[in-house]
Ligand binder design. Structure first.
Ligand code: ZN
Ligand code: ZN
Length: 179
């Protein structure tokens, strides 16, 4: 969805739309985001502030994500508010830049006075991901030796070696305990 910022020059504008499940196209094969689980609701306000534009948005929906530990898919709620400043370079040669309020990421969504709201949404979805995407806090992940998913099955290699934390506990002695 391409918006001409000149249309925002006099009055703020509000955009509300839903991106359908098939909208997401990952960037690469090993993308952590598999896709959307149902439609993604998007609300975006754009207003002019001095020489800049302020874009406030909200995303709500669900993502299908690949767990970093066990590589299985899981569904995660996406509720994200964001604010961006858009700046159009004074040269007006189609070279524009976007400043994020917090991180200064040099992502260029603008060509001339136009902004692609879907590109903004896509970038915000990536920014909303945690550093580690886990299907559950205590996901056991894959066995580093044989590769089985330890949430579903157990394997001989893990039992022999034991988890380091358990080995430590085995050696703990309680006060007053004698050998
Ligand atoms: Zn997992
Ligand atoms: Zn194993």
């Amino acid at each position: 969805m391409i918006i001409d910022l000149k249309a925002v020059f006099l009055a703020p504008r509000r955009f509300e739309f839903a991106l359908e499940q098939g909208w997401w196209q990952g960037d690469q094969e090993n993308d952590r985001i598999i896709g959307l689980d149902g439609p993604l609701k998007v609300e975006i306000n754009i207003a002019k502030a001095g020489s800049k534009y302020v874009l406030d948005g909200r995303l709500s929906g669900r993502l299908i994500i690949r767990c970093d530990r066990c590589l299985e898919q899981y569904v995660s709620d996406l509720e994200s508010d964001f604010s961006l400043f858009l700046a159009i370079s004074p040269s007006g040669q189609g070279q524009s830049e976007i400043e994020f309020l917090e991180d200064d990421m040099g992502i260029d969504f603008l060509s001339g006075n136009e902004i692609d709201l879907e590109e903004v949404v896509k970038a915000q979805i990536y920014l909303s991901l945690p550093i580690k995407c886990l299907c559950s806090e205590d996901c056991f992940g894959l066995c580093p030796v044989c590769g089985v998913n330890l949430n579903i099955e157990t394997c001989g290699c893990q039992r022999k070696k034991g988890h380091p934390a358990f080995l430590k506990m085995k050696n703990l002695k309680f006060k007053g305990e004698t050998e």
